[in-house]
Design a protein around this ligand. Structure first.
Ligand SMILES: [Cu+2]
Length: 153
């Protein structure tokens, strides 16, 4: 009787650290997985440059607009076809915010960037590596006239 009490106590001593270890491994696993860019097979550590792309309803229909984060104030550039500039090798996070009532998505095929259909006031972030130079166009598959481009040099 005394022996079984002892072994159940030592089991409890192992159980809690064991659970903590399992949780830490799981958290670590997802933290690493979340650093894998959509066009890469391995994690890339480092601070990405963030680009905020909004979908708004204009008189010409829904459009993509970029929100600059350079400097203290945020400037909304309501350009019809926004252009994002980046350097080769840069880690880029696109943050899409849909402020239109219809669903929209963003696709940058050359970098395997494909969002879900994002609903009203929905957001999605996608990170990729700008691993080649050129000018690449992104678009919404639901509204082919919705485009923008990213210039990587
Ligand atoms: Cu759209």
């Amino acid at each position: 009787m005394k022996k079984s009490t002892y072994s159940s106590r030592s089991f409890r001593k192992i159980l809690l650290p064991g659970l903590v270890a399992v949780v830490l491994v799981a958290v670590g696993y997802f933290a690493v997985v979340s650093t894998i860019p959509v066009n890469s097979t391995h994690p890339v550590f480092g601070a990405p440059s963030n680009h905020y792309i909004k979908v708004i309803d204009s008189k010409n229909g829904p459009i993509f607009v970029t929100t600059s984060t350079k400097g203290a104030k945020k400037n909304i550039e309501p350009t019809y076809k926004p252009i994002i500039h980046a350097r080769v090798g840069e880690l880029i996070s696109l943050h899409i915010i849909n402020e239109d009532h219809d669903k929209h998505n963003l696709n940058l095929d050359e970098f395997n960037v494909h969002t879900n259909d994002i609903g009203y006031f929905g957001t999605q972030s996608i990170t990729f590596v700008a691993d080649k130079a050129g000018q690449f166009y992104f678009h919404c598959t639901l509204h082919p006239e919705m485009t923008g481009s990213i210039t990587i040099e």
